[in-house]
Structures are given as C-alpha cells and as structure tokens.
Design a protein around this ligand. Structure first.
Ligand SMILES: NC(=O)c1ccc[n+]([C@@H]2O[C@H](COP(=O)([O-])OP(=O)(O)OC[C@H]3O[C@@H](n4cnc5c(N)ncnc54)[C@H](OP(=O)(O)O)[C@@H]3O)[C@@H](O)[C@H]2O)c1
Length: 272
C-alpha cells in the first residue's frame, strides 16, 4: 500500500513511517522543514515529496500528523489534489475540531479521525488506538484502518469524537497536569538535595514527571486549554488534594486508613 504522511519528519510521523515500512508499505513524507525530511530519508527508506500536494498524489492512505493548529492549513492545501478512492486519516490528540475540519474541507473523500493513545517512544504491541467514525461510511473506513493496523497488535477502540475528547480530559490532560504540578512542587522543595536517595515511589514518579515536562509544550498546552472536561477533572483533583492534606494535617489516622483501603479495593476492580 502507498502511504503518505504529512508532517512525516515529526515525532509521530517518524514513528508511523517506521511502522508502515516494517509492514512492507511504501511511505512518502512531506513537511514544513525540508532538511528534517531529508535527514529522515537518510535514516529510513521514505521518499520525500516536494510539498503536501505532491505527497498525496497516488497515495492510498494519507496520514495527517501535524499539530492541531496546523491542521486546517494542511487540509486546504491537499483538498484540491485528492481523489474519491483515497482515504485521509488524522492523528491529532483531540477529535471534535479536527473531524469537523475534515468534514468541512474534504468533501467526497474517505476520511477518519484517529488517535494513537501513545507517544513516540512507545512499542506498538498492546497500545490503545482510538478511531472516531461519525457515520456509516466512516465506520467502513474504520474497519479498513483496523485491518491496516492489525500487525501492530494495537487495542483498537471506536467511539465518537465527543466521547473521545471527554475521555482525554480525564485520562490524558489530568495525568499531564499531575506531572507538571509534581515537578513544580519538587522545584519549590529543592528536591535536588535528595535526588540520590530517592525511594522506589519517588523514582517511579520522577520518570513519569520527566516524561511529561520533556514533551511538546505546544501540544500539551492545547491538551490543557482546549479540552472541555479538563477544568472539571482538575477541580476534582485539587479538591481531593486539599481533602487528603487536611486529613494528614489533622492526623485523622483512622479516616486515612479507611480511605486508603477503599481506594485499593476500587482500583482492584478496574482492569488496566
Ligand atoms: N507526541 C505525542 O505524544 C502524540 C501522541 C499521539 C498523537 N499525537 C498527535 O500527533 C500529531 C503530531 O504530533 P508530534 O508530536 O509528532 O508533533 P511534531 O513532532 O511537532 O510533528 C509535527 C510535524 O508537522 C510538521 N508540519 C507543521 N506544519 C506543517 C505543514 N503545513 N505541512 C507539513 N508539515 C507540517 C512539523 O514541521 P516542523 O518540523 O517544521 O515543526 C513537524 O515536523 C499531533 O496532532 C499530535 O496531537 C502526538
């Protein structure tokens, strides 16, 4: 199959270039920064197109792997060059707005909103991958993409764009928020004095917080500020932090133990 990846030299673009090449597909990439694209083509067997319009010509599947803010410009550029038998999928981390943009710009073309629920350092096996079809045609497209992804052994889940974005606020944005607030608190506490004597739990949390603060700030600011359920999720988190801090300050040992045991039972019932 011929795959075109717009934004192919970016982090996720490179991940999917490797994935599709490993499955024997041919991959053409395009990007804003030609030097970056050429550097990737020296490392991987990808063809570099002159521009986005050229990249989509002759492709069976076009993957849009640019940041959310760059999506509309890309859609306007490629729309006049697409044929009805081609399929366009996006991989942006939110779905309501990008899917609306695809509906607006790509009339008469097969489209599908998707979101790989993992970052560029992940192995593919067992990772969650969300597809967000919105009508019967897109459900057919989703079945096709599911087959294309099959060798990656992803856990493919279908849901509406709205349900996806609601979920993202509670699952992803809240996790990032906790990583950011944790790192900010450590800086205030001058944790560098104790870094070499960290406990197992500290070392575990350190690796998580480091992965958050090292991520793309542009993308992460979007995931904080443009996802509708974030404010609600973060309010719940802050209120719970205050409640637990009060319990500790007032030395309510019985209440603390009871709450901790209840939470252990709650998480036991959830299967990851
Ligand atoms: N990173 C993650 O953990 C992750 C996980 C799942 C999904 N996603 C989604 O995947 C998408 C890509 O994320 P990423 O982390 O790979 O970002 P990234 O590393 O910034 O890659 C985006 C690429 O798109 C290029 N680009 C920007 N405008 C363009 C245009 N008009 N035409 C062609 N290329 C253009 C950028 O060029 P420059 O090099 O010039 O900036 C960059 O190479 C985003 O929508 C994100 O929400 C990311």
């Amino acid at each position: 199959m011929r795959i075109a990846i717009i934004g192919g030299a970016g982090q996720m673009g490179e991940w999917f270039s490797r994935f599709f090449l490993s499955q024997g597909h041919s991959v053409t990439i395009s990007g804003r920064n030609r030097r970056k694209c050429m550097a990737l083509s020296r490392r991987l067997k990808v063809r570099v197109a002159e521009d986005n319009a050229e990249a989509v010509k002759g492709a069976d599947v076009v993957v849009i792997s640019v940041l959310i803010g760059d999506m509309e410009k890309v859609l306007a550029e490629i729309a006049p060059h697409l044929k009805e038998n081609q399929m366009v999928i996006d991989m942006t981390s939110v779905k309501v707005e990008p899917v609306k943009l695809m509906h607006r710009h790509l009339r008469g073309v097969k489209i599908l909103g998707t979101h790989p629920m993992f970052g560029p350092s992940a192995e593919s096996r067992g990772q969650n991958f969300v597809l967000t079809p919105t009508n019967a045609g897109e459900r057919k497209n989703a079945a096709f993409i599911k087959r294309l992804l099959k060798p990656g052994r992803f856990n493919v889940v279908m849901m509406s764009p709205r349900k996806h974005d609601d979920m993202i606020g509670m699952i992803m944005s809240l996790s990032h928020f906790i990583g950011l607030v944790t790192a900010a608190s450590w800086r205030k506490l001058r944790i560098e004095r104790h870094i070499k004597t960290g406990s197992t739990s500290f070392n575990f949390l350190f690796r998580f917080a480091k992965s958050v603060v090292d991520s793309n700030p542009e993308l992460y600011s979007y995931l904080q500020m443009q996802v509708p359920t974030v404010t609600y999720a973060e309010d719940v988190f802050v209120k719970n932090a205050e409640r637990w801090a009060k319990m500790v300050r007032e030395k309510k040992k019985g209440e603390f133990i009871r709450n901790m045991e209840e939470l252990s039972a709650y998480l036991d019932r959830l299967e990851l």
